[in-house]
Design a protein around this ligand. Structure first.
Ligand code: PLP
Length: 225
């Protein structure tokens, strides 16, 4: 944990950035409550879950101790289970999902902060809005008063860190474009990119949220079946 923070600091300073502005979201999938509590003791303030059920299982034991983020693909019919538990949804990837988030947020009397997920590599296997469709997508968000667009998220192609750099650069450009958009529910502040294998490149290219699992907790053991 210490080393991750130091590494982020080192890479932030290299490009004249303030390390304090970079939030580490610990990606906690497959790890139990005790492990997460240990990470909190070591200074983790934010965790990201990518499955609704898993988030709900851990939530009662951790609420109030840490900020929950939702970082995985979110099915429309499951929005209601997390809407009042998470601080930020990183994976807004369709109009349909936006409609449901807006509706459920309204019912709870809250405004849900969301990042638009961008499929920066244009990969078939990934969710997210294509870069060229971002502006149009943002415009279509205008009618949703209970959604606040706080920035962008991406999962970069799984290739060596240095080869990912152009994708992160493109994300930074899109983020700067988003900041220029004047729309009542757009308050662009977060650029969520970088995982264990490439987070230092992401930091150098302007990420202010990194989502890190393996480098904090070690390899994940997935249960069979
Ligand atoms: C698991 C996960 C991460 C972290 O991945 P690591 O390679 O373990 O750091 C980041 N983002 C998302 C959306 C994830 O599901």
């Amino acid at each position: 944990m210490k080393t991750i923070k130091e590494k982020i600091k080192e890479h932030a300073l290299k490009v004249n950035r303030n390390p304090e502005e970079i939030i580490i979201v610990a990606a906690t999938k497959t790890f139990g409550v005790d492990t997460i509590k240990e990470a909190i003791t070591c200074g983790i303030t934010d965790i990201g879950e990518n499955k609704v059920q898993e988030l709900n299982e851990k939530y009662p034991y951790l609420k109030g101790e840490v900020n929950f983020h939702f970082i995985g693909h979110l099915q429309t019919n499951k929005v209601k289970y997390i809407i009042d538990k998470v601080k930020l949804i990183h994976s807004l990837d369709s109009i349909k999902l936006a409609g449901e988030i807006d509706k459920r947020a309204k019912q709870k009397g809250l405004i849900m902060d969301c990042l638009i997920e961008i499929n920066i590599g244009g990969e078939e296997s990934k969710y997210g809005i294509l870069p060229e469709d971002m502006n149009n997508f943002v415009k279509q968000m205008e009618k949703y008063d209970n959604i606040r667009i706080k920035g962008l998220m991406t999962i970069a192609p799984y290739i060596p860190a240095e080869e990912v750099r152009p994708y992160f650069k493109r994300m930074k450009e899109l983020f700067e474009n988003l900041k220029q958009i004047k729309q009542h529910n757009v308050k662009a502040r977060f650029l969520s990119m970088g995982m264990s294998n490439d987070y230092w490149v992401a930091v150098e290219e302007g990420a202010n949220i990194v989502r890190i699992g393996t480098s904090i907790f070690g390899q994940r053991q997935y249960k069979e079946g």
